[in-house]
Design a protein around this ligand. Structure first.
Ligand code: FES
Ligand code: FES
Length: 838
């Protein structure tokens, strides 16, 4: 038997034909090595072999015989410090969000610095390009590599020691009944948390949950505060901001505050973490609960031996943000677990007796199973075939065997016809009126039809945006375990209570018997709503053992849903003085978010017409606000040029939202906006060729936030476009945690850039044509331009979120910049599906 040395220890290789990834993760338990694509396209599985970065999914275990393998768990051992300079620098620069990409990037960066102790920006980007960071931390990671180089040279000692940050995610014992399903007096607070004071906000009877969530918290005799919210953290780090708010109201050190999130047995009911509602809903509720505790505790003796529950009947007064001393400023020293590989994501979980599941999928969505033959799968050692309703699946001792077993199942399907070729025409021809975000909207002011007819200048155009995939780096995963008729599911979702309800419905058991726990999640972006949890629960019930289901990248593309395509018709009129007099806007299919109209136009109509999408679609970060803002701000730009007015002045002249005007001025000022920029100006000689430079801007207001984005592009003679710089100004009321807000804005800009330039789901015969990361391009290190953020703090206003609105003005700013450079108005996203202007 051959062997290898992994992190300094000799390990025998029993199955040389297994992938190196499976060997390290499954056989050695080194879960810092992540799986993201299985095809060498994401870099999450990066390890070092004899000091060189390799992709563990692309090698067999036998290929590293007699060689030295280093995983993130062994990186620090190479040096004398407790952490490698790269790890220290990544922490100091706050260069991760969900952290799923971080181990692979840290290893690749360490290999770069070993060869090139002082690399430049382009060298760093090129070296890290095999690694994806879907959260958009690339710029911070590049800064971290520079900082690591300085640390290694001894030029920089300014890194924060890790470990003083938020405590690890808290999982407490299971109560007899979920706490949101019984009244405060019935909850086993003190058995779970010990003596102390509990405050609950708002008062509500069991089963009458506040739709916007509530909060409760426990103050122990030791002073430790445990706060509970139904909002979850899916990598965006709302945790730190919420802890700061609790600490502020209670006047305690944030290190004394732990937050319990994403546990349906213990947390207040919540509809879900979407719509940028963490600060407005959970933040406010936690502040109330904390302020109530402060009032109860004022002047009282310590809590030892006390068991007191206060359901706050009246709103306790809150500390004004203008007097904040803890919230409103960066909180130092985030945790080290992302850089050491010890952050335990859903796909890293292990339970006693855990089996791995895989599910038989139809060849295309909508296909109906006619016959199935599972005999070959059943004959495989260790495989259990499960049939539960329409689900046919297997469980096996390891993921590879599960996949081979499900592939061995023979099945015949009735297949639907292939989908429409002309998607915009199809959506126009299939209107529906749905529920929730798919409810039709038709709002009007004045008489837009008459105003358009009377306008001396009318500008009419249609804009489209493509279906997009969420592409979280960690694909959907769930672990399900049954015990005495009760079910526990660990899964990465932003809607744990909705998943609990779906599990109840699909499995035919009461919600009170189901606990959903959300561990750290490798990105979600609005797309993880629980199908994998139902599959895991059914397979676990059938197999009688805990089961993990971890979707492949192809399943993630094909069986997750998509951001809706948009078809948007806009017609607007200008009077002789160049003022907008009429505005008619129709969104087909995408949704009405981003509809808030910031301009003073007396006659306007805003319509949203839902359509029967031929492809599964649903929530996505910022949802339709990106499409609607793209269409509106592209059209406003076209009107500005039709009026012969600088686009900045034109917007400021028409804006009737002062907050947004402030943000626009701030962003344009930081960008150095020049009114002299005009379409298709003279080319300039740059880097050995003639290029055209252009700048564009766009604004938006959504979910209580105000955003303005300026972009600069460079276009060469072949039509190739490079986005050189993006500046985003953002105002979201009182800022709770400026560092997280900035990080969210930077990540949002990167994510939006992908949808602006090249992301697009293509279809063939009714299914996604290339369901892989090599077939669907998302931004990489070399795609990321210089990013700059201007924050406007408004302590006089309520806090709004920052996870979505910062995305929405990027695409129109880039499109307007391309127009300024070339005179070409591009009206479909992505703007450059073939990499250059056609
Ligand atoms: S590159 Fe190996 S899992 Fe993506
Ligand atoms: S932090 Fe990079 S993928 Fe989430």
């Amino acid at each position: 038997m051959s062997s290898t040395v992994v992190n300094g220890k000799t390990c025998e290789i029993e199955r040389p034909e297994a992938s190196l990834l499976a060997f390290l993760r499954s056989e050695l338990g080194l879960t810092g090595v992540k799986a993201g694509c299985g095809e060498g396209a994401c870099g999450a599985c990066t390890v070092l072999v004899d000091g060189q970065p390799v992709l563990a999914c692309q090698l067999r275990a036998g290929q590293v015989a007699d060689r030295a393998v280093t995983t993130i768990e062994g990186l620090a051992d190479a040096g004398s410090e407790p952490l490698h300079p790269v790890q220290r620098a990544l922490i100091a620069e706050r260069a991760s969000q969900c952290g799923y990409c971080t181990p692979g990037i840290a290893l690749r960066a360490s290999a770069l610095l070993a060869e090139h102790p002082d690399p430049g920006d382009e060298q760093i980007a090129a070296a890290l390009d095999p690694c994806l960071c879907r959260c958009g931390c690339q710029q911070r990671i590049v800064h971290a590599v520079h900082r690591a180089a300085a640390l290694a040279r001894g030029d920089d000692h300014a890194d924060d020691p890790p470990g003083a940050g938020p405590p690890a995610r808290t999982v407490l014992g299971r109560p007899a009944r979920p706490w949101d399903m019984c009244g405060p007096e019935e909850r086993d607070w003190f058995g779970v948390l010990g003596d102390g004071l509990v405050t609950v906000w708002p008062p509500s009877a069991p089963g009458t949950w506040p739709r916007s969530g509530g909060a409760w918290l426990h103050v122990a005799a030791s002073g430790t505060v445990t706060a509970f919210t139904g909002k979850v953290d899916v990598g965006q780090d709302n945790t730190t901001a919420l802890r700061l708010l609790v600490a502020e109201e209670l006047a305690v050190d944030p290190a004394e505050v732990r937050l319990v999130q994403g546990d349906t047995d213990l947390c207040p009911y919540d509809q879900g973490t979407f719509g940028s509602r963490s600060m407005p809903d959970a933040g406010q509720a936690l502040r109330r609960a904390a302020a109530g505790a402060r009032e109860v505790l004022a002047g009282r003796a310590p809590l030892a031996g006390t068991r007191r529950v206060e359901v706050l009947a009246a709103e306790p007064p809150l500390t004004s943000p203008s007097r904040w001393t803890t919230a409103g400023r960066p909180y130092p020293a985030p945790r080290a677990d992302a850089v050491t590989g010890t952050r335990c994501f859903v796909s890293d979980l292990r339970r006693p007796g855990l089996r791995h599941g895989a599910v038989l999928r139809p060849p295309v969505p909508g296909a109906v199973l006619r016959t199935v033959d599972t005999r070959a799968a059943e004959a495989m050692p260790g495989v259990i075939v499960v049939r539960d309703g329409e689900l046919v699946g297997v469980t096996a001792p390891d993921p590879g065997t599960a996949r081979r077993a499900v592939a061995a199942i023979g099945a015949d399907w009735d297949q639907p016809g292939s989908g429409p070729a002309d998607l915009p025409a199809y959506l126009r021809a299939h209107p529906v009126d749905g529920e929730g975000w798919q409810r039709a909207v038709d709002s009007r002011a004045g008489d837009p039809e008459a105003a358009l007819a009377a306008a001396p200048t009318a500008v009419q155009a249609t804009y489209t945006t493509a279906y997009l995939a969420h592409v979280p780096l960690e694909t959907r995963a769930a672990v399900a375990e049954w015990e005495d008729g009760r079910l526990t599911v660990w899964t990465g979702t932003n809607v744990p209570f909705a998943v609990r309800a779906r599990l109840s419905q699909e499995l035919g058991i009461g919600e009170a018997a189901i606990r959903v726990i959300v561990p750290p999640v490798g990105g979600g972006f609005g797309g993880k709503h629980g199908d994998e949890a139902i599959e895991a629960a059914r397979l676990a019930r059938g197999a009688g053992r805990p089961v993990m289901v971890h979707w492949s990248r192809a399943e993630e593309f094909q069986w997750g849903y998509l951001r809706p395509m948009a078809v948007i018709d806009v017609c607007a009129g200008l009077d002789a003085a160049g003022s907008i007099t009429a505005w008619d806007f129709l969104d087909i299919n995408a949704g009405a978010s981003g509809f808030d109209f910031p301009y003073a136009v007396p006659n306007r109509r805003l319509r949203y017409q839902p359509a029967a999408s031929p492809h599964a679609q649903g929530p996505y970060r910022a949802l339709a606000a990106t499409a609607n803002t793209f269409a509106r701000e592209s059209h406003i730009d076209a009107l500005a040029y039709a009026a012969g007015t600088d686009p900045l002045r034109f917007r400021l002249r028409h804006l009737d939202d002062e907050r947004l005007a402030d943000v626009l001025r701030a962003a344009a000022g930081r960008f150095g906006w020049q009114p002299s920029w005009r379409p298709a100006g003279r080319p300039v000689w740059q880097d050995g060729q003639w290029v055209w430079r252009g700048a564009g801007l766009a604004i938006g207001l959504e979910k209580g936030g105000r955003v303005a984005t300026c972009a600069e592009v460079v276009v060469d003679g072949t039509g190739q476009v490079r986005v050189r710089r993006i500046v985003t100004g953002y105002e979201c009321g009182a800022i709770v945690n400026p560092d997280t807000v900035t990080s969210q804005i930077e990540g949002g800009m990167v994510m939006a850039l992908g949808g602006a330039l090249f992301e697009s789901v293509e279809f063939s015969h009714g299914r996604i044509a290339r369901p892989s990361l090599s077939g669907y391009r998302v931004p990489r290190f070399t795609d990321v331009p210089e990013l700059d953020v201007v924050l406007l703090d408004r302590p006089d206003l309520p806090s709004a979120g920052a996870g979505e609105t910062p995305l929405i003005a990027v695409a129109p700013a880039v499109a307007n910049a391309i127009f300024a450079a070339t005179g070409r108005r591009l009206r479909s996203l992505p703007l450059l599906p073939e990499g250059r202007i056609r």
